[in-house]
Design a protein around this ligand. Structure first.
Ligand SMILES: C=Cc1c2[nH]c(c1C)Cc1[nH]c(c(CCC(=O)O)c1C)Cc1[nH]c(c(C)c1CCC(=O)O)Cc1[nH]c(c(C)c1C=C)C2
Length: 521
């Protein structure tokens, strides 16, 4: 058996790693379009500060990642944030001033997390009535509905204002997309299930869940070593040298395996099944490669352009719309480093999210220029990655740290910033005009003047997260039937689809997706 993995992002690397362990005698080849492996994971250290261009933190409930940490021996590189730390507890919303907001809420607002905060927060005026009304409203899911948008569900249960302010912000922070487009059943299955469990009410479902905790579903078995013990009391974690520690370690482990070959700079031009058990892959222009099994970790949209039907692989006509169904969000990630302690820049916490504006996304950017989705206060959770930070508590660093690093996320449903390519990395005294404009916007959000950053880094993450449209789960099932040959009476084609386009979008989800592919083969 020979297996070829297309794509060396996290799901591709995870597939290859688990395949190489499961099939030590099979030939495994990984073809990656770019020179660098690891996909959206990008960590870089400059001027003693560690900056991230993609995911930056992980939660300890993601067992697939804990298993990799254990198998790759990365325990001593972990940087953890305790549940008691301010970064784990304080999250904010920035609500732009607007005369038509019924609650006259504006500015940076802490999302209440304790009973006392629930009683005193200005957000309570919107939260409590919406939640109470939801708990006492009978089921109103449209008859026969099998899925709907996140915003449609939140609006019919909690009201349109609640859905816009809380729902859209949550969706910005995870999917960088418009909550009116995102499928609630695919993106937040637990919310859809709570509505079922509460006979139409999410609140009643949540209370029921708390009182009569349902049996945990049987899970895959993971090799976790002593990590569950290490992760006790941890809210989120990363690595001293950032998330790339994980992808670099996977890469190094694969290079050590005699049966694995990784080929970077190898864009795939076409895949055809030329025999009942042979695929022909052309890559890097005219190179030809043959394999019996194929794991595709690239987005289905990209696979569509290279997968050719043949007498040995008939793809029904509806395969193409299934592959192209979901749009993808592009996010501009801007790291800023200020030469002072975080207390001068922002409140203590994880960061803030900005809800969908009252007017349309596009008219907002025309008027206000910057479509900011949110900001992460990186120094509050990840100061131990930076010079002088590893011996300080979060509180000490907040008051006395040498640097403040924050990350601003722009784009998504606002469209990719037109200044995208204009804004580039830099250091020093002279700020580009574009950056000055962005700093003005951020100083309005934070309610204080901001000093000049000493360093800024811009990551243009084009099409980095799929927006799962309603009906996604059914479409993926059908796509798997067409491409993998899954289903009753079907013969397996030898292709396996993995990655964020067909499974979940989080880091643990994509790692799990690759792992499953290896164990399902
Ligand atoms: C490039 C920007 C990204 C945005 N979302 C994601 C990326 C990579 C993916 C993502 N972010 C979160 C989750 C949930 C994971 C989980 O903990 O279960 C996913 C799939 C949560 C999250 N959101 C932000 C952060 C820092 C995190 C923690 C995980 C991580 O580091 O990615 C902030 C944030 N992410 C995005 C925006 C617009 C944003 C705003 C502040 C988009």
């Amino acid at each position: 058996m020979s297996i070829t993995v297309i794509g060396a992002g996290l799901s591709g690397l995870s597939s290859a790693f688990h395949l190489s362990r499961r099939f030590p005698n099979s030939r495994i080849v990984v073809l990656e379009r770019q020179a660098k492996l690891g996909g959206w994971v990008n960590s870089t250290r400059t001027n003693q500060v560690l900056l991230e261009g993609g995911p930056r933190t992980l939660r300890p409930n993601g067992k697939s990642v804990l298993e990799l940490i254990n198998l790759l021996n990365l325990q001593d590189q972990l940087v953890t944030v305790q549940k008691s730390a301010p970064a784990a507890k304080a999250r904010y919303l920035y609500i732009p001033p607007s005369s038509s907001s019924p609650f006259a809420l504006q500015g940076l607002q802490k999302i209440p997390a304790t009973p006392k905060e629930f009683l005193t927060s200005p957000l309570t005026r919107l939260l409590i009535p919406s939640i109470l009304r939801e708990a006492f409203t009978t089921s109103n899911r449209p008859k026969g509905a099998t899925d709907e948008s996140f915003d449609a569900l939140f609006s019919r249960r909690f009201g349109a204002e609640f859905a816009r302010i809380f729902g859209s912000a949550l969706v910005h922070g995870i999917y960088a997309s418009d909550s009116r487009k995102l499928s609630v059943k695919s993106a937040f299955p637990s919310i859809w299930q709570l509505e079922d469990a509460g006979r139409g009410s999410i609140t009643r479902g949540a209370v029921k869940e708390m009182l009569f905790k349902s049996k945990p579903k049987p899970e895959d078995e993971y090799n976790l070593g002593d990590l569950p013990k290490l992760m006790q009391g941890v809210s989120v974690y990363s690595f001293k040298n950032g998330m790339q520690t994980l992808t670099d370690a996977l890469h190094a482990a694969l290079v050590r395996q005699p049966n694995v070959t990784i080929i970077p700079n190898a864009p795939v031009n076409s895949i055809s099944k030329i025999q009942p058990d042979t695929f022909q892959i052309t890559h890097s222009g005219s190179q030809t490669h043959y394999t019996t099994h194929l794991v595709s970790s690239i987005p289905p949209q990209s696979l569509k352009h290279i997968l050719r039907p043949s007498p040995y692989l008939s793809l029904p006509p509806h395969t193409t719309p299934l592959m192209l169904a979901n749009p993808q969000s592009s996010v501009q990630v801007v790291n800023l480093v200020f030469p002072c302690a975080p207390k001068h820049i922002h409140p203590q916490g994880f960061g803030y999210l900005v809800p969908r504006p009252l007017e349309d996304y596009s008219s907002w950017t025309t008027k206000h220029k910057h479509g900011v989705l949110g900001m992460v206060f990186d120094s509050c959770s990840l100061h131990a990655q930076d010079a002088g930070g590893d011996n300080m508590t979060p509180e000490e660093y907040y008051d006395n740290g040498k640097w403040t690093k924050v990350t601003v996320m722009l784009g998504g449903p606002y469209g990719f910033p037109s200044s995208g390519s204009a804004l580039s990395d830099g250091t020093g005294d002279v700020l580009p005009r574009e950056l000055e404009g962005l700093l003005d916007t951020l100083s309005v959000h934070l309610g204080r003047p901001l000093p000049k950053p000493v360093q800024w880094k811009v990551w243009n993450n084009y099409e980095c997260i799929p927006t799962l449209l309603p009906g996604h789960l059914e479409r993926v099932e059908e796509l798997r039937r067409c491409v993998e040959g899954r289903g009753k009476g079907k013969e397996r084609t030898g292709i396996t689809l993995v990655g964020a386009g067909v499974d979940g979008v989080s880091v643990p989800d994509v790692v799990k997706s690759g792992r499953r592919a290896a164990y399902a083969l």
